[in-house]
Each structure stands twice: as structure tokens, then as C-alpha cells.
Design a protein around this ligand. Structure first.
Ligand SMILES: [Zn+2]
Length: 1181
């Protein structure tokens, strides 16, 4: 240990753990590998001068590829301690434009000293081989090994100094500090002045050193992780060292942690994930073949692999290997996942995966695809080379070991357990943490949780189910044989986007025989140029004629992601080939598909319904706008693509989601090439097909989406607009809107503020006016008009009814929806001035596409509106309900307008509801009408997913608040919309079973009256100086809950309550956020809202019970009082379900409007609508 270099070095007591901070002493330094793996080689002896070419690289803080400025010069120098001791110490010195740093050796990551170049005032040569670096009040003397070397250093340093001469120097230059102050670093006697600036943390001996730009070291936060450890202390963990800091107070600790986390955030947004992952040296070569700089990873297997190996990983399917790019799939790379990869690294992971690789089977970077495929399948699908866990084969022991191990930090052991058969979904036997995942989280092991999370559905190596396809699909192809000449292009790995001219094709003799399709140079050759096994064909696409140089072409897609294009000029030959090839690879179970005139046929993996765990093989054929599907052994089904509720590509282009009435189908992109072809084709087929009514994109109830959207929008935003439908919109905007609907109506979301009422109303009119064949059909419209001329009312009505029944299905549904809408419009004519007559004048000529010279057309429309209920046989009750809802909409809008007279978008009432868990595949998008209750929402969602409700299953709708770590089951009669309005963007609705409900009901049944008293631990959220910081602890208090109020007493004997709350204003949530350190896990978070005249007041406090049953009893009592004993629907839910009478949300029954937008947008816009005015929803039944 050296004591003379005391200007920089801080003395530390001996440390037992070398990874704990032992900064700056000459011993106990890091011995990990070098941080800087700069390009080129650097001799560890002499020093290297990076040619300067006359200008210095400027440090660009926005450059995302590098965190530190590039190194200008580095090398070994001897440094003289400033005190002037006679001997020198050997230091590794590194210079970039911002800092001169010196290290104990060239492997160190953290310097012993760092000097901001901005503070260097002079650099001069002194004596033999020496030079001085002068700062304001300190001089550093260095000695080089040669004169030339010394002169080099002096030149570059002077050059840099010159650059800084005219810039102003602030403390911390060149960075602006984000947060600074003294922090204790565990193990040091004195505190360090610590500065968080941008993406780095700097350590200085004291504030004076900071002011003169001379520090100890800087820490790059792109490799950092900040962990709360104790009241005042926290760890900054990097792969090279753990810095354990202690702040001066708990409150300051929070601020330090926040500041450092922000710095990490900044570092991450600046740097590539790849750079970080490669920080672990073994990650910089492929785990499978050793190729350098691998840019892909299998995130569940925890290996970093090269592109070619990644391709083979993909071939295993996502249930075995989840392949993600380090560079492109940014979203998946959470901090935890990155830490897992840094912690494990290819080397350690391979000690498991590749423990027994025979040298003859090992891959090299130049191995061919075939070898790679075999090796990777052996390694991960079969688990052939893995190191068997001692408990292998003993399921129970494996599960036990897993449960125990996830509580500690040994992630490699968890990996080993999982891939040797431990069940990640096994039961831990604990009610509080039923799964290994929850156990890991409860023990603050986020890395364990991350690993488990990515392996929840992984197929285990070697298990028989892990074959990618059921063998039946590989049955020998039926005996199809066919041969003849075809023209073929070179096979491709990318989709064909351009036209292939005849020159690009070559004539080939093709043969389909014995389940193999092969092509030859000519019919004389016996060796094929190439062959494709029928079982390797995954898709056959038939091009429209004349797409390429040869008029009739088709594409074949192979399992190994190649695309073959064949063509001919003979339509008959083309047809024969398509038929034969399809027959060769489509299994007997999906045989009916072969009879269709498909444009595309093949197999895809997909999931649906309740079984989202395992995917099935489905056989698909696309014919026009209909997708024909055979799933597993089931009967064939048809999906009408133009009628989908939703069609989207999710999860980084890997899943195509088709939502239709009653079900959702997830088609997985097992292979990229054919999948993207399917996506394009399906999306195109789901678009509108022409200008007649039935060719439009339709709703489930057969109404064109354009009509549905416009009607919905007008109902929401235009019913009070004076002269609605008579006033004209802005022509260019109307034309643009029509065009957008024509292109893809499903993607048009009308929004108030973005779209004008009159533009929308005119879009609707223009649609009907320009509709090919018209709404009343060209064949029958004259008859409709002739009836209108009739005088006898009742006669007319029955004749209209006859004609109505003659209309095609889509026309009939559309007419009903429109007349229903117009009926509603005129019911509010005192607001919009559009009475029956006015509407008829506008819509007569529009719908009958006449010139409007006589009133016959108007007369007909007048009749239809006036006798709407009779002609369309409308249920009066239903109609009344609809009108009531409209009244609510109008009232809400009035309130909005008086309160917020801005053009804020008013109502985007579609929301995302999750089923059982919050993840994308469990998402449901539901329109929430004002009157919808929690029970109705629950059953809407269950119905959609065809989930039956069994006896004693208490499905409920929960309001889940992630930020506060609390959740609340909504009362079954509670209106959903106000909840959405008042909850923040970090809340969501989740449909799941209320597991405690049975126990709660039993408890309540045993009580004479709902009341309860007893001790609970109480903590209040108090705001300090209005900053919203919480303080205080949990204290024992005595509570009495009865009829109207909850009273809190200091203890049992107290006479006067300390507090008294009206029960009906309390919202009781289950759970308390962990940050508050609740003494037990049976906590309730209580929100108290008082709606005072102007300023709503909100308090939040916490109650903690000793046992789960205590908590349930309190909760049950709260609910019972709040809902007058009606805690659960007594008649059972079937009735609620029945009474819902399939509320036809498309028409007839007006739903609040479908303007989708993002959920946050919706919430933000309605958040302004404060809590209070929503009382209105509760008043309307
Ligand atoms: Zn590789």
C-alpha cells in the first residue's frame, strides 16, 4: 500500500469481498478484464499514439454508439505524486478530449484519478523525459519512456488545452451536473463528493476537488444498476464492482437513487443494447459457433448467438428458442434481461448447455447450415450436450429445488433446473406466493423472475412433446405424381416485390413424385438441380395472372425459409401443378381446402380461445375475403376477413391477431418469409373490395364500417349540432375522409377535435349517394318509391315490410341502422333543428340517388323514420334505453362544454380490458357504454372468449393499479365508465375470479349486522411540503366499522376517535405497495375522496391486518356496508347475463362511441372531466 499518493488515493480498510468497493487503494483493485476493447492493438508496454490528423475527434454527447469520447492517446507513464516524493509510480494513462485519466494498470476499469481537460491551464516539458500538467492549483508530473513519447504527450495535451481556452469552465465541465452532494462510500472513512451528470457518475474527494475538475473516477451508467438496500443505503452495481453508498438521510437516498436511475436511463437511450451485452467478454462470440460480435440472442435460453445460428434457433420455434435481436428488438431488453445476460454470459451458460459436446460435433464460424441445424437442435431441442442436474428425473425434487433457488441470486442454477425439467409453473404450496415467479419477486430477485418469465411456456429439451409438429403432418405424402416443364427463377430468401421478366426464368423439367418435388436441367437429366420435399413445403401462393413475365405463376415457400417462383404461359398446366402440389403437402384432415379456388394455402402455427399456452398447427386457405381454417382435428371454419373487429400485427411482427365476434385467433410467425406473405395477403383481403354495399368492410352485424363509424360519431358528437346533415362540410376534407374509409375503414378512427361533425355527416351522405346499386338496390328502388306515393298508411307499412325482407342482408341491416339513427336525430330536433321533414328532404334524394326534384324519395324516407318501430319491428324498451343513453351523452357533453369549453376530444370510451393477466395476448378491447356495469363487462369479456361460468366461480372485474400495487374488485353493479375516468393511466381493468368471495359471503352470512371492530396497523400518506413524499410508519390503532362510519381510536380504551370517515366515500383496495414496508402482507389501501364544491380532496392511507382472514373480514364488512348487504349478485350471474340480451352494440342500441385512439389518450382526455360530473352516470338507469 502506498501512502504518498495521498492526493487521489483514499485509504480503505481491508475488504473481504473484492467486488465490494475498495476504491483507490493500490491493492484490492479490480482484476476483471479490460473495459476498453478498443479497435487495434495496444502494447502493454510502450504507449501508442492514435494518429490525430490535425483535428481532435469532438465528443458528441448525442452519439448513441459511444458513451465516452474516443480515446486520443494512451500508454504507460510514470507519475510523480504532487508532494514531490522522489520516486514515481507506474500508471496507465488514457486521454480523451474531456478527461485525462490514470489507472493502476491497463486492465482497470475505474481510474485512480481523473482530470477534466477543461481545467488544464498549462502543459510543458520539464527536465529529462518529464512533463507537467498544470491545473489551477495542482501540478501533475509525468515521466515518459522516451523523449519522442514525452513530446507526443505534450503535443496532444496542448492541443486539447487550446481547444478549451475560450470556453467557459464551470464546475463539472464539460458536463452539467444533474445531482450532486456528499455520499458515504462503504469502506471509506471520509465521504465522497459525488456528481451525477448525464450518463455518468463522478466521484471526487471533496467539493473543492470537484470545483477544480480533479476527481477520482467516473462510472459509466450504461452498465450500472441501482438497488435499494437499506434505509439510507443503496448499491450501484456494475459488472466490475459494487459501489455501496450511504446517503445522509432516507429522503436524500431516494433522490440519489432516482438521479442515478435517470442516468442509467440516459445511458441506455444513448447506447446500444449490444454494446452492453458484449461487455461480458464471452458474449462477444456466438454461443453456438464462436463467430465474433453476435447480434442475436435466445432470450429464454440465455445465449448470445450470431445471425446464422439465430436462423437455426428460429427454426426450433418460439416455444423452444425465443430469438431476439440485440439491435432491433429494443423493447424486449429490459434492464433485468440485460443484467441476466451480463451475469450469465455465454461462457457460464455453455457450462450448462454445452458441457458434453464431442469435438466432432462442435460448430465453427464456418460450419454449414446443415451442421448448424443439427447441432442447435441437438443442443437445445434435445438437450443432448447439457450438464445433467443431480436431481434430473426427480420431478418433485426439481420443483422443490427451483422454489428454493429462485429466492437467491444464482440464476445459472435456475436455468439448469428449468432445462433439466423443473416445472416453472409448479406450485410452491404457499398461498402468498403460489408460483416460483411470485416467489422470486417476493424475494426481490428480479433477474430470477426475468428468466422464469421468459420460460413460462418453454418446451423442455428432449421431451417427446417437443417435436415441432405432430408426426401426423409428416405422414408420407399421398401418392401424387405430376410432371412437365415449368419456368423457374433462382430461389429467394426475401419476398418478391418486383415483377420478374421472362429472362429471369429458366426452363426446367419438374417432377412431383414420392412426396418430392424436383426440378431438372432437362427431361433427359437424371440428377435434379434441386428438390423440395413435400413435407418441407409450408405454403403455396397462386399469383394473379400477368403478375410476372410468365402469365401464370405460383410461389412455393419452404420450411427453411426459401421462396421458389415457378411460371408457365399455359393456364391449364398452371392449374394442374397448383392442384398437385397442394395435394402433396396438405394432410387428409384439411383435404376440403383443396377443393377451393385458393390464392394461398399452407400451414401456420396458431393459438386461440382459452388455450393460449400451446399453439396448434392450422391449415389455412385464403379465398377472396374468406380465410378457411382447419385447426387440429376440428371441422373447417371460415373467417370473414372483411368483418373482423380487429386485425393487427403484434409483438414485433410476430403474431397476426384476428379478432372476430366471439373469438380471437393468434397466428404466429413461426417462419418469417411465408408468414409475412400471409400477413400481406390477409390484410389485403380484409380491405374493401369494391363499391357495392356488400363489398365493404363490415361489422359483425353486416353494416359497412364506414356507416357504423359515421353514425357512431354523429351520435356522440353531432346530435346537438344545429342543421346536422343539412349543412355541408369542407369538400376537400370530406373527399379525403371518404378516400381513407375506402382504403381501410377499419383503420379510420373518428375523433372529436380531429374531425368535424359536418365533414363526417357529409361523408356518410356521399357514401350513400355514390354507392353502386344504391341502398335500395337498383332493381327495387322504383318499387319503394311507388309505395311512397300511396296514401293508405297501414297499407304502406305492410308493403314496406315486404320490400324490406326482399333486401339483401347487408342492405337490410344498413337501412335499419341508418333509419334508427335518423329516428334518434329527429327525436332531438329541438336541439338540432332537424325534424322528420328536414331529414327526409336531405336523405330522400341521397338514399334513392335521385335529383330531388320531386318529394317522393323524401316521402319514403319520412315514412321509414316515422313508422320506424312498426316497419322494423323494433322493441320499444330497447329503443327507450337507447334514447336514455343518448340523453346521458348529451348531458355529459353539456357539462364538459361548460366546464371545459375547449375542443378537447370528448369521449373515447373504448378501453382495454385484460383477462386473468395483464399481457398483450389477454387483451380485449371493449366499448364501454355509460350504463355498463362491472358484471356486464365481465360477461361481455367471458362471452367473447367463450368461457363458461361454473357454480361458485366469482368472476369479477378488477381495477388494478400497478403503481400503487393495489387492486379492487368492482362491485357487480358498479358502473365501469366512471372508474376509467377517474383512474390514472397506470391502472387497468382485469377480469379474473374473486377467489376470496366465497369466504367473504360465508363470513357475512354469519353476521347479524355488518360491523366490525379490532386492531389494525395504520399508516397515513402525508405530504411533506406538498411534495407528495410519504412519511410515517405503521402504528397500531383500534378501529370500529359500523353502518355509516369508520372510526379510528388510539387504543381500545380511548373515548374519542382520532378520525372518523364516512364509509361510503372510501374506496378499499387490496394490497399495499412494498415500498411502504407494510408489516404484513395482508394490507388494504384506502382512498378517501370527498367531493367538495370546487376542489375534490383525496387522501390515501393504509391498513394492515395480522392474518388473511382478518383482512377478508374487514374487506367484506366494508363492501357490505357500502352496498347495503348486496355484495354479490344473489340471483346468480346467469340472470345478469340473460338480461344483457346481447346488447347489439352495432346499432339499434347506441354505444358510446368507438373512437379508439390509445387508451392513454382516452384517459387523458377524460381525466379532465374530473371526478364529479360523472355522478350523472349513476343517476341514469
Ligand atoms: Zn453462431
Amino acid at each position: 500500500m502506498n501512502t504518498t499518493d495521498s492526493d487521489m488515493s483514499l485509504q480503505v480498510p481491508g475488504q473481504s469481498d473484492p467486488r465490494r468497493s475498495s476504491l483507490c487503494s493500490d491493492d484490492g483493485l479490480l482484476d476483471d478484464g479490460p473495459l476498453w476493447q478498443d479497435e487495434g492493438t495496444f502494447s502493454s508496454q510502450g504507449s501508442f499514439y492514435l494518429p490525430d490528423s490535425g483535428r481532435l475527434p469532438t465528443a458528441n454527447k448525442d452519439d448513441s454508439s459511444q458513451l465516452s469520447a474516443p480515446v486520443i492517446k494512451m500508454g504507460w507513464l510514470d507519475k510523480n505524486p504532487p508532494q514531490g516524493a522522489l520516486y514515481y509510480q507506474r500508471r496507465w494513462v488514457k486521454l480523451d478530449v474531456d478527461y485525462l485519466r490514470y489507472f493502476d494498470n491497463d486492465k482497470d476499469v475505474y481510474s485512480k484519478g481523473i482530470i477534466s481537460t477543461a481545467f488544464i491551464t498549462n502543459v510543458t516539458s520539464v527536465g529529462e523525459l518529464k512533463f507537467e500538467v498544470v491545473t489551477n492549483n495542482r501540478t501533475f508530473i509525468f515521466r515518459a519512456e522516451s523523449d519522442a513519447e514525452r513530446n507526443d504527450w505534450v503535443t496532444v495535451l496542448q492541443d486539447i488545452r487550446g481547444r478549451h481556452r475560450h470556453s467557459t469552465i464551470n464546475p463539472g465541465s464539460p458536463l452539467v451536473p444533474d445531482y450532486q452532494g456528499y455520499l458515504e462510500l462503504r469502506g471509506l472513512r471520509s465521504k465522497l463528493y459525488t456528481v451525477v451528470a448525464s450518463d455518468k457518475v463522478f466521484l471526487y474527494k471533496n467539493i473543492d476537488d470537484y470545483r477544480i475538475g480533479v476527481g477520482i473516477t467516473s462510472i459509466e451508467m450504461n452498465v450500472g444498476n441501482v438497488k435499494d438496500t437499506d434505509r439510507r443505503s443503496f448499491d450501484l452495481t456494475t459488472p466490475y464492482r459494487i459501489f455501496s453508498f450511504v446517503a445522509e438521510s432516507e429522503q436524500l437516498k431516494e433522490q440519489w437513487v432516482d438521479a442515478m436511475r435517470n442516468a442509467i436511463g440516459e445511458a441506455l437511450s444513448n447506447s446500444e443494447v449490444a454494446e452492453r451485452i458484449w461487455m461480458e467478454p464471452s458474449n462477444s462470440s456466438c454461443a453456438d459457433c464462436g463467430a465474433p460480435k453476435p447480434e442475436w440472442a435466445a432470450i429464454n435460453l440465455c445465449v448470445v448467438v450470431c445471425k446464422r445460428c439465430a436462423g437455426e434457433h428460429r427454426g426450433l420455434g418460439p416455444s423452444i428458442s425465443k430469438v431476439r435481436s440485440l439491435k432491433m428488438d429494443k423493447k424486449v431488453w429490459t434492464e433485468e434481461l440485460i443484467q441476466v445476460f451480463l451475469l450469465l454470459g455465454n461462457k457460464r451458460v455453455n457450462s450448462f448447455w454445452a458441457a458434453n459436446v464431442p469435438p466432432s460435433e462442435a460448430l465453427t464460424p464456418s460450419s454449414c447450415s446443415e451442421e448448424r441445424r443439427r447441432f442447435i437442435a441437438n443442443k437445445y431441442r434435445q438437450g443432448k450436450y447439457r450438464k445433467y442436474h443431480l436431481l434430473y428425473g426427480n420431478q418433485k425434487e426439481l420443483n422443490n429445488a427451483l422454489c428454493i433457488n429462485v429466492q437467491c441470486s444464482d440464476v445459472l442454477e435456475t436455468l439448469s433446473l428449468i432445462f433439466c425439467g423443473a416445472d416453472v409453473n409448479c406450485s410452491t404450496g404457499m398461498t402468498s406466493n403460489p408460483s416460483p415467479l411470485s416467489l422470486a419477486l417476493a424475494h426481490s430477485q428480479p433477474l430470477q423472475a426475468e428468466l422464469i418469465n421468459h420460460n413460462l411456456n418453454t418446451e423442455l429439451p428432449g421431451s417427446s412433446e417437443s417435436l415441432p409438429m405432430e408426426p401426423e403432418h409428416y405422414l408420407p405424402a399421398p401418392c401424387v405424381s405430376h410432371n412437365g416443364f415449368l419456368f423457374k427463377t433462382a430461389s429467394m430468401v426475401r419476398a418478391i416485390t418486383e415483377r420478374k421478366v421472362k429472362d429471369e426464368f429458366s426452363r426446367r423439367w419438374c417432377m412431383l413424385n414420392d412426396g418430392t418435388f424436383s426440378y431438372y436441367e432437362s427431361d433427359k437429366n437424371s440428377n435434379p438441380n434441386g428438390a423440395l420435399k413435400a413435407s418441407d413445403i409450408v405454403c403455396l401462393a397462386v399469383d394473379p395472372p400477368e403478375k410476372h413475365g410468365y402469365d401464370y405463376t405460383f410461389e412455393l415457400y419452404s420450411e427453411s425459409e426459401r421462396l421458389y417462383l415457378f411460371g408457365t404461359d399455359d393456364p391449364e398446366s398452371h392449374k394442374e401443378w397448383v392442384k398437385s402440389i397442394a395435394k402433396s403437402f396438405i394432410p387428409a384432415t384439411a383435404e376440403p381446402l383443396l377443393r377451393l379456388g385458393f390464392e394461398r394455402i399452407g400451414r401456420l402455427k396458431c393459438k386461440e380461445g382459452l388455450n393460449l399456452q400451446t399453439s396448434k398447427v392450422g391449415w389455412f386457405a385464403l379465398v377472396g375475403s374468406t380465410l378457411h381454417v382447419y385447426l387440429g382435428g376440428s371441422q373447417g371454419e371460415e373467417i370473414h376477413l372483411r368483418k373482423l373487429n380487429e386485425l393487427s400485427i403484434q409483438q414485433d411482427n410476430e403474431v397476426l391477431v384476428l379478432v372476430e365476434k366471439g373469438r380471437t385467433l393468434y397466428i404466429e410467425g413461426e417462419r418469417k418469409l411465408d408468414f409475412s406473405g400471409w400477413c400481406v395477403a390477409i390484410q389485403a383481403a380484409a380491405g374493401s373490395g369494391g363499391d357495392t354495399l356488400s363489398q365493404q368492410q363490415l361489422t359483425e352485424t353486416d353494416i359497412p364500417i364506414i356507416v357504423h363509424s359515421c353514425i357512431g360519431y354523429i351520435t356522440q358528437c353531432g346530435l346537438t349540432s344545429e342543421g346536422i346533415y343539412r349543412k355541408s362540410g369542407v369538400n376537400s376534407r370530406v373527399a379525403a375522409l371518404c378516400e381513407r374509409f375506402r382504403r381501410d375503414a377499419r383503420s379510420v378512427f373518428l375523433k372529436e377535435g380531429e374531425h368535424q361533425v359536418d365533414d363526417v355527416s357529409n361523408t356518410l351522405k356521399r357514401f350513400f349517394r355514390e354507392l353502386e346499386e344504391g341502398l335500395f338496390t337498383s332493381q327495387d328502388s322504383k318499387t319503394w318509391l311507388s309505395i311512397a306515393a300511396n296514401q293508405d298508411e297501414s297499407m304502406k307499412i305492410s308493403q314496406y315490410k315486404v320490400l324490406l325482407d326482399k333486401l339483401p342482408r347487408v342492405n337490410k341491416a344498413t337501412l335499419q341502422a341508418l333509419i334508427n339513427h335518423l329516428y334518434c336525430v329527429q327525436r332531438f330536433s329541438e336541439l338540432n333543428q332537424m325534424n322528420l321533414h328536414n331529414l327526409a328532404i336531405v336523405f330522400g334524394p341521397t338514399l334513392f340517388q335521385t335529383d330531388g326534384k320531386d318529394y317522393t324519395a323524401g316521402r319514403a324516407i319520412e315514412d321509414l323514420i316515422e313508422h320506424y318501430t312498426l316497419i322494423f319491428e323494433v322493441d320499444e324498451q330497447q329503443l327507450k334505453k337507447q334514447l336514455d343513453e343518448i340523453k346521458v351523452i348529451i348531458q355529459v357533453r353539456e357539462k364538459l362544454n361548460t366546464k371545459f369549453p375547449s375542443t378537447e376530444p370528448g369521449g373515447h370510451f373504448i378501453c382495454t380490458v385484460y383477462l386473468e393477466e395483464k399481457k398483450q395476448t389477454a387483451e380485449q378491447h371493449v366499448k364501454i357504454p355509460g350504463a355498463m356495469t362491472a358484471a356486464e363487462l365481465t360477461y361481455e369479456v367471458l362471452d367473447r372468449r367463450n368461457i363458461p361460468v361454473k357454480e361458485k366461480e366469482y368472476w369479477s372485474c378488477w381495477e388494478v393499479c400497478d403503481k400503487e400495487e393495489m387492486e379492487r374488485p368492482l362491485h357487480y353493479q358498479e358502473r365501469v365508465l366512471p372508474i376509467l375516468h377517474s383512474s390514472g393511466s397506470d391502472s387497468n381493468l382485469l377480469i379474473k375470479k374473486h377467489l376470496a368471495m366465497e369466504a367473504m359471503l360465508v363470513y357475512l352470512a354469519s353476521k347479524v349486522d355488518p360491523s366490525k371492530h379490532g386492531m389494525m396497523k395504520f399508516r397515513e400518506e402525508r405530504s411533506i411540503l406538498g411534495l407528495g413524499l410519504s412519511s410515517g410508519n405503521f402504528h397500531d390503532r383500534y378501529f370500529i366499522l359500523s353502518f355509516t362510519s369508520l372510526r379510528m381510536y388510539k387504543d381500545v380504551r380511548s373515548n374519542r376517535p382520532e378520525r372518523d370517515w364516512p364509509v361510503k366515500n372510501l374506496k378499499v383496495y387490496l394490497g399495499i405497495k412494498k415500498k411502504l414496508r407494510p408489516p404484513t402482507c395482508w394490507g388494504l389501501t384506502v382512498v378517501y375522496e370527498i367531493k367538495k364544491q370546487e376542489k375534490p380532496e383525496r387522501q390515501q392511507w393504509y391498513l394492515c391486518c395480522d392474518t388473511q382472514s382478518e383482512m377478508r373480514e374487514w374487506h367484506a364488512t366494508f363492501l357490505s356496508i357500502q352496498y347495503d348487504g348486496d355484495v354479490w349478485c344473489q340471483d346468480g350471474f346467469q340472470q345478469t347475463r340473460a338480461s344483457r340480451v346481447l346488447p347489439d352494440t352495432r346499432h339499434g342500441n347506441v354505444s358510446l362511441i368507438p373512437l379508439r385512439g390509445s387508451e392513454n389518450e382516452m384517459r387523458n382526455s377524460v381525466a379532465t372531466f374530473s371526478q364529479d360530473p360523472l355522478a350523472i352516470f349513476r343517476d341514469v338507469r
